[in-house]
Design a protein around this ligand. Structure first.
Ligand SMILES: NC(=O)c1ccc[n+]([C@@H]2O[C@H](COP(=O)([O-])OP(=O)(O)OC[C@H]3O[C@@H](n4cnc5c(N)ncnc54)[C@H](O)[C@@H]3O)[C@@H](O)[C@H]2O)c1
Length: 407
């Protein structure tokens, strides 16, 4: 198949790799010239997609990247995978998705299937994407949603073995989308409408959002009662059914978990239903950086004038993505408490206009927020190393949230 994938980021490039692997001819469209130039030079900017994979796909004539939307005129399949963030008021911002539709629409032919993989609220495919494209180009008739479930850095589950939901605007659209994804996904699940697929994605991520909020609150309770929360979670996890462990952390980050529930909230507001769990979890999740810094002060003592190295500023291990990272709040709060803060991350070279500092500095304490696989603290010679949770193989690190008895 001739496939065009709009957006060559975490999601778009992952699907590109899957489609190329199945022998499809893929054109990756991205509005960023530097992304396009780097990909055409055989360099991947996404963890889990190797340079070799990109370079081989180009060499075999199966892939090229471009900033031009012209290629979509010959496509059998167009996949949209562009960011769907929140605006400055915390509301869904579909401007990039809308602009992708507007650029795409004039080039499409009547046989092309347009698939949206970007996360958005229920109704986006039908009322925004299809409507917008058809207003510009009425002959386009096939539209489907297949929400992306990629978990960057996850070595166990990838495009092939993660079941994929597909919901089309008509049965024929769904059939076409299933035929496409079945070429590189083991398990493609048909749902009855795009709204079911869109809502399922929001349910999955809101489920995590709410449970992370709950476990954060639970950790605060356990800490106040001096009961080791990690051990409690491990104990509860021995129940073989009806329990799924979540782990307290310094906060939530990335482009999905802090954002997607607010897309669900928009659906709720539109139909006049209260979304109390989302609002409560939002405040619980957002107060965690402050709680962690306060805990650090309780354990270590006053931070004023102390030289602190924050280690790991991306939002999760083994990923360079710093979008919505709670590290930003932790650093700001430590500085507010009077600490002199530097940060180190083996995967992130610059962040918020500052550069990663070496571990071998003149620091009095380190706080590991994210423990990347290639993080090497062996050259740390100074004061204590704190971490957020009890971490395996690092028993000398002092957990801020968690298992060490403080009394
Ligand atoms: N990153 C994840 O783990 C993940 C997982 C599941 C779903 N999602 C969803 O997938 C979508 C894409 O996220 P991502 O993480 O891949 O984003 P990303 O920022 O990694 O990549 C998006 C790319 O799209 C390009 N782009 C933006 N607007 C464009 C336009 N109008 N035309 C062409 N290119 C454009 C950007 O330059 C960028 O390279 C979002 O809706 C996100 O919520 C992300």
């Amino acid at each position: 198949m001739r496939v065009v994938i709009i957006g060559q980021g975490y999601v778009g490039l992952t699907i590109t790799a899957g489609a190329v692997g199945a022998g499809h001819e893929v054109v990756g469209i991205d509005k960023s010239k530097s992304v396009v130039d780097s990909l055409n030079g055989g360099r991947s900017h996404i963890e889990g997609i190797s340079n070799t994979l990109v370079a081989d796909a180009i060499k075999n004539g199966l892939y090229r990247a471009t900033t031009s939307f012209e290629a979509s005129s010959k496509a059998d399949i167009v996949v949209i995978a562009v960011p769907t963030p929140l605006d400055s008021s915390g509301l869904p911002d579909l401007s990039l998705l809308e602009s992708a539709c507007d650029s795409l629409a004039p080039n499409l032919n009547e046989k092309t299937l347009v698939i949206n993989e970007s996360t958005s609220f229920a109704g986006t495919l039908r009322n925004i994407i299809a409507k917008r494209i058809k207003d510009i180009n009425p002959k386009v008739q096939f539209f489907a949603v297949s929400p992306e479930r990629v978990d960057p850095g996850n070595e166990q589950f990838g495009v092939k073995n993660t079941p994929r939901l597909v919901g089309g605007i008509t049965a024929e659209s769904t059939d076409l989308a299933i035929a496409f994804y079945s070429t590189f996904c083991d398990n493609v699940v048909r749902v009855s409408s795009p709204e079911v697929a869109e809502s399922a994605k929001l349910l999955e991520n809101t489920f995590r959002y709410v449970n992370i909020g709950f476990i954060s609150e639970f950790a605060q309770l356990m800490n106040a009662m001096n009961i080791p929360v990690s051990e409690v979670i491990a104990a509860a996890s021995t129940k073989p059914y009806g329990f799924m462990p979540f782990f307290p952390n310094v906060g939530i980050g990335g482009h999905c978990i802090p954002v997607d529930p607010l897309y669900l909230q928009k659906n709720a507001e539109d139909v006049g239903v209260k979304s109390r769990f989302i609002a409560l979890s939002e405040s619980l999740n957002h107060e965690m950086p402050e709680y962690c810094v306060k805990r650090l002060e309780d354990i270590h003592g006053e931070l004023k004038g102390k030289s602190v190295l924050v280690v790991g500023v991306s939002y999760k291990p083994n990923i360079a993505d710093t979008r919505e990272t709670p590290a930003e709040h932790v650093i700001a709060l430590l500085r507010k408490a009077g600490a002199v803060v530097s940060w180190h991350d083996p995967l992130v070279s610059t962040f918020n206009g500052e550069s990663s500092s070496p571990i071998e500095g003149n620091y009095e304490l380190a706080v590991v927020l994210v423990n990347h696989g290639n993080l090497d603290m062996k050259s740390w010679r100074r004061g204590p190393i704190y971490c957020v949770n009890a971490m395996k193989d690092n028993s000398q690190w002092i957990p801020i949230l968690g298992s060490r008895n403080l009394k």
